[in-house]
Ligand binder design. Structure first.
Ligand code: COA
Length: 318
């Protein structure tokens, strides 16, 4: 027993920030961001927390799936930009929805949605749950260094969610973790202990070695997708859509070229939302679903990659 997707949802905060808006206070421009990253605009929260946005995406997924909030047995959430280490984002979403079910977070940065799906599959396999809410939600704006133009222009805020019920539509997944903080690092503030040695602290914002991240990402998408398809006796021709983590349009274009898979097979919306980390795949799924582009039985590949360094790909039947 695994699961099937009963409903999808998303939420982005109303404030839209264009590349021209960023160039008002940052030494950047629309042409550079469009060409190197593929983002035209993104949404930024002015006062909503990651949990606030996650709860709104969750309600939208519940409504889409025709599922009452009280039916949910477990909330699984991910965020690298929640307001507190504890309570977790999932606990805060549970609180906002007025539920009393189990709730827990998983930290796997931009690949987290795939790790959440695999964890959900484990709960279904144990027969412990009938319905799970899975949420990726990010207020990336609060962990960006607004003076680092190589990083802050890439990201956006938002949340995506799916409601899962018992079924057989989650087919397989691959995961790869190469731990270390030299390529991507989001450190916590160091603390006030009078006993600590000082001097080596990194600013508590997202740090990224751009070109190393780029190479890692392209390699990871290609390797994970090929391995997953091979293991299941499938080719890219069998796949209706590849719904990748929306990190950078050029990463997706390079992967498409290396894999010799047409660009149209990759769903891309980074131009409108930027990189929303753990929220990007469920936001993309919701857009595809609500646009009526997914048919029952369609096979979807969901490749993800990011901090950890971690990467993953899931194979899902719609
Ligand atoms: N606007 C204008 N110029 C910028 C800029 C910006 N926002 N950011 C950097 N530049 C400049 C640099 O200062 C540099 O100028 P110089 O040649 O005068 O020194 C030039 O552009 C090239 O910088 P570089 O860092 O080498 O660019 P790049 O081609 O590697 O592109 C990234 C930078 C971040 C877009 C690219 O490395 C990338 O996409 N990496 C992956 C990021 C990612 O996907 N992260 C999420 C992973 S989950």
């Amino acid at each position: 027993m695994s699961f099937r997707v009963l409903g999808t949802g998303m939420y982005v905060p109303p404030r839209v920030v264009t590349n021209d808006d960023l160039s008002q206070f940052l030494d950047t421009n629309d042409a550079w961001i469009t060409q190197r990253v593929g983002v035209k605009e993104r949404h930024f929260s002015t006062n909503e927390t990651a949990a606030d946005m996650g709860a709104k995406a969750a309600l939208s997924a519940l409504e889409n799936g025709g599922v009452a909030a009280e039916e949910i047995d477990l909330i699984l959430a991910a965020s690298v930009s929640g307001e507190s280490i504890s309570p977790s984002v999932s606990c805060m979403v549970q609180h906002l929805l007025g539920l009393s079910c189990m709730a827990m977070d998983i930290n796997a940065a931009c690949s987290a949605f795939d790790f959440l799906l695999e964890t959900a599959a484990g709960f279904f396999a144990r027969g412990k749950v009938k319905k799970i809410l899975v949420i990726g939600t990010e207020r990336m704006s609060r962990i960006l260094d607004w003076e680092d133009r190589g990083t802050c222009v890439i990201f956006g805020d938002g949340a995506g969610a799916v409601v899962l019920g018992t079924g057989e539509n989650y087919i397989d997944a691959v995961f790869d973790v190469k731990g270390g903080n030299d390529v991507i690092d989001i450190p916590q503030p160091v603390g006030m202990s009078p006993f600590y040695e000082r001097g080596q602290e990194k600013k508590p914002f997202a740090h990224m070695a751009g070109q190393e991240t780029f190479k890692f990402a392209v390699t990871a998408i290609c390797k994970d997708c090929k391995e997953l398809l091979q293991r299941n006796g499938l080719t890219f021709d069998d796949i209706a859509y590849i719904v990748p983590h929306q990190a950078n349009k050029r990463i997706i274009d390079f992967a498409s070229m290396k894999l010799k898979v047409p660009q149209e097979k990759f769903y891309v919306n980074i131009d409108r939302y930027g990189n929303t980390s753990s929220a990007s795949i469920p936001i993309a799924l919701d857009e595809l679903n609500r646009a009526g582009k997914l048919k029952r039985g369609d096979l979807l590949l969901l490749p993800a990659f990011g901090g950890g360094l971690a990467s993953a790909a899931c194979l899902l039947r719609w």
